[in-house]
Design a protein around this ligand. Sequence first.
Ligand code: NAP
Length: 276
Amino acid sequence: MITGTTRLVGIIGQPVSHSRSPLMHNTAFNTLGLDYAYVPLPVQHSQLAAAVTGLKALGFVGANVTIPHKVAIMQHLDVLDASAVQVGAVNTIVIRDGQAIGYNTDAAGFIVSLTQAGIKPAGKQAIILGAGGAARAVIAGLLQHSIASITVLARNEQKLTAFLKEVNDERVRGEIWRESIPASLLQTCDILINSTPIGMQGHAQSEISMDWQALRTTAAVCDLIYIPRLTPLLVRASREGHTVINGLRMLIEQGGLAFTLWTGQPAPRDIFEKIL
Ligand code: NAP
């Protein structure tokens, strides 16, 4: 119930109507008896600066930031936490003492999804398919956790070059991805990650072409997609005996970390999971 003392958080994006975050966070607030409410805040690109000023003026506790504003919002914030600098994007804002502070909880969310499945990135070799925003977050998390090497496979050479320049770490290299994933890469791969929408509901349900015999059975296969829970990639990987990890845990964890930044309380991850 909204009262005279209810504290507000929201989600800034365009569009935001599809987001499950309002339902996740409001159910969690209600269940824990916290006097908070989470509201959708559709914002045009040209209004981002005004939106941040508005959050402060209206006494918001903070907000999530989603597509397409995760990078553009950065220049309008007062302080960037190291997590946001490392990823080059903000998905969570906290308003503290009149200042808007930007965080990124996606990278930590991905690492939790790995470690919960018993996978430790230190010293491992990874392949990431795709060079977009989610790949940036995943790479930042892996680098922080001492991954040995990452090969980024992307179809657009210009975008790949720009991406590698932004990441700027000698452990990360790139290759143009035309058809199959090269078997030479699969042979030394410990963690294979899909950060493209291939296999997502509403997109082409095509399989990702690769020689499964080249991938060691000890390799983990991750997909950042959470609808469907098992993409064709994960179905096949599971059949081949690999540990498989979908995007659900990452989604829950990034929300949980934001919840704690706003409320100072541990997030009820079981509630998030039930809703998702
Ligand atoms: P994005 O910034 O648009 O990046 C997508 C990447 O995939 C780009 O490199 C794009 O290449 C590539 N790609 C798209 N279609 C492709 C195809 N058919 N073949 C080869 N490459 C293709 O998107 P994003 O924000 O990184 O999101 C990527 C995926 O991660 C989505 O499925 C999203 O739902 C998921 N995600 C999950 C979470 C979570 O919490 N679990 C969080 C964020 C994102 P081009 O640039 O050449 O198009």
